[in-house]
Design a protein around this ligand. Structure first.
Ligand SMILES: Nc1ncnc2c1ncn2[C@@H]1O[C@H](COP(=O)(O)OP(=O)(O)OP(=O)(O)O)[C@@H](O)[C@H]1O
Ligand SMILES: [Mg+2]
Length: 304
């Protein structure tokens, strides 16, 4: 599936894409870094799928998050953690313009996807969401057959041929094929919670995305289904870039390569609660030797 992925062409005009030099930013050539150590510590140039600089998200007059700056590398799992209300979902939704669909939401700052400003004027948000798929907290299959759930996106994109192959490939990719191959006509809603979540992952994969965003994908699942999704995430990382919001610290430590810790900053004068990024590093660092005391308190369970 990886070989026909195409990063370019988010904008409505093809010539703009070429002019903006996106193609060079997407070259498969290895990133050039000063030393191996440097490659470990920072995101090497050219490997960042997202470069977020000074991002702010407001809902009406309320500033939900501000000053968010970090890069998300490709083919890694990046976890967003932090207390409820610190803006994890808000930040996640900003990465594929899902906040466009939230009334009153306004994103400012710079959010680049493979070097391209996804909030640029000529960008097609529908195409952004095809490249950057999303899986939600509560499995939400459509009230359709298993087959039609997976074929939904490709059909919407006008695909008519080869659907059987796409459905099989996507269900295999989501580690669900063996469990459902004999009942593809059954309703997606007839599956267990964990199977439904994998069906939603298959549905996301079916449109051949580049990135999969997951907002607490395991919080409605039991430990066995959670373990299956975590194993699946590690497989998917080979092909996709994954960004996951989780409240489960063990999960972030187990599955993610990098972790961003957010917190809520309370303004003394007006009492406004604004989310900020405290620390972003390799997960091993965040969970064993973070540099900020607030991160230390949170990951060691001493928060609040
Ligand atoms: N649609 C909305 N309209 C207005 N305010 C919102 C909206 N969605 C979120 N907020 C506010 O923005 C802030 C961040 O919310 P967000 O849902 O991103 O937090 P979160 O870190 O994902 O929390 P949780 O862990 O509870 O899911 C909160 O103060 C929340 O009340
Ligand atoms: Mg949330």
């Amino acid at each position: 599936m990886a070989e026909h992925r195409d990063h370019s062409g988010l904008s409505t005009s093809t010539s703009d894409v070429n002019d903006s030099g996106i193609t060079s930013a997407m070259s498969d050539e290895p990133a050039i870094t000063a030393t191996d150590d440097a490659a470990d510590e920072t995101v090497p140039a050219g490997r960042a799928v997202f470069s977020i600089t000074d991002m702010k998200v407001k809902y009406g007059d309320f500033t939900a998050v501000r000053g968010i700056t970090f890069d998300i590398p490709e083919n890694e799992i990046t976890a967003l953690i932090g207390p409820s209300g610190c803006g994890k979902s808000t930040v996640l939704r900003s990465l594929n313009r899902m906040n466009d669909l939230v009334r009153g939401a306004k994103v400012t700052g710079d959010v680049r996807y493979h070097g391209e400003d996804i909030y640029g004027e000529d960008i097609d948000p529908v195409e952004v969401r095809r490249r950057i798929g999303m899986v939600f907290q509560k499995p939400n299959p459509f009230p359709k057959s298993i087959y039609d759930n997976v074929a939904f996106g490709p059909r919407l994109n006008g695909q008519r041929r080869g659907l059987d192959d796409i459905v099989e490939e996507s269900l295999r990719g989501a580690a669900l094929w063996d469990e459902v191959k004999d009942k593809l006509k059954n309703s997606g809603l007839s599956l267990s919670g964990g199977q439904q979540q994998r069906l939603c992952i298959a549905r996301a994969i079916a449109v051949n995305p580049d990135v999969i965003l997951m907002d607490e994908p395991c919080s409605a699942l039991d430990p066995i289904a959670t373990a299956a999704i975590e194993a699946l995430m590690r497989q998917l990382r080979e092909t996709y870039t994954i960004v996951i919001v989780t409240h489960n610290m063990q999960q972030a430590a187990r599955v993610s390569d990098r972790t961003a810790f957010f917190t809520v900053n309370i303004d003394d004068e007006i009492g406004e609660r604004t989310g900020e990024l405290v620390e972003y590093d390799r997960s091993e660092v965040i969970f064993t030797r973070p540099s900020d005391q607030r991160t230390e308190n949170y990951v060691s369970g001493r928060f609040g």
